[in-house]
Ligand binder design. Structure first.
Ligand code: G4P
Ligand code: NA
Ligand code: NA
Length: 193
């Protein structure tokens, strides 16, 4: 997505250790116009897949996921990282290991929101090692729902996430793909859409 690549070039900042800071338009302050076009683009890419639910994980996956769901005219569900007081129903849960934080955390979705009738599109802001997306796939599998694809805003192509997800036979579409963050400079690979 050319507009997204240009915006990363203009407003993204490279931190050490291979981290890209995009907090002025995606992960903290959010540009809703850009986010809406990101959602529309992901919806267009997966338009033929008969998606019934968009699934993401809090917090910064919610922005792209809500606009994708709006475009597809389906509900959006975000997995929670902490148990909500009102989540007293049966839960789907899985464990997600964060390489960045070196801790595992439990993520969950109420079982009542996913069933074997569902065809799910997973959406997230970043793909790094793919552990968050893998955890979301496991939640969908527990419900018997079919994961039709994964839509990513920014893929860090020098990490292992895409390989992990493709090995699980789930198609990955990233709107921006980063080849490297060396010398404080962002280099891109050709994006999927
Ligand atoms: P993985 O799911 O791909 O394995 O990712 P990893 O554990 O490495 O990443 C942990 C968190 O850091 C995730 O957010 C992920 O979206 C985010 N992240 C990964 N790489 C980058 C990056 O280069 N830049 C930025 N800005 N974020 C990155 P989170 O902490 O789980 O959630 P949230 O509450 O911030 O959404
Ligand atoms: Na994040
Ligand atoms: Na995220």
């Amino acid at each position: 997505m050319e507009e997204l690549v240009r915006r990363i070039q203009k407003d993204g900042n490279v931190l050490s250790e291979g981290v890209l800071k995009v907090d002025s338009f995606i992960t903290h302050q959010v540009d809703p116009d850009l986010m809406k076009r990101i959602g529309a683009r992901l919806a267009e890419v997966f338009a033929k897949k008969k998606i019934t639910k968009v699934v993401t994980i809090e917090a910064s996956g919610i922005g792209p996921a809500i606009y994708t769901a709006q475009s597809l005219e389906v509900p959006m569900i975000f997995a929670r990282k902490a148990k909500s007081l009102t989540m007293n129903e049966e839960l789907l849960t899985s464990s997600v290991y964060s390489f960045t934080k070196q801790v595992s955390s439990t993520i969950s979705i109420s079982r009542k929101f996913l069933s074997e009738q569902d065809r799910v599109l997973i959406v997230d802001d970043f793909l790094a090692n793919g552990q968050a997306a893998k955890g979301l796939i496991e939640l969908c599998q527990q419900a018997g729902a079919q994961v039709e694809g994964i839509g990513i805003v920014i893929e860090k192509g020098f990490q292992t996430g895409r390989q992990l997800l493709e090995d699980m036979d789930v198609p990955v579409v990233s709107l921006a793909r980063i080849a490297s963050l060396n010398d404080g400079k962002v280099s891109f690979k050709e994006a999927d859409a």
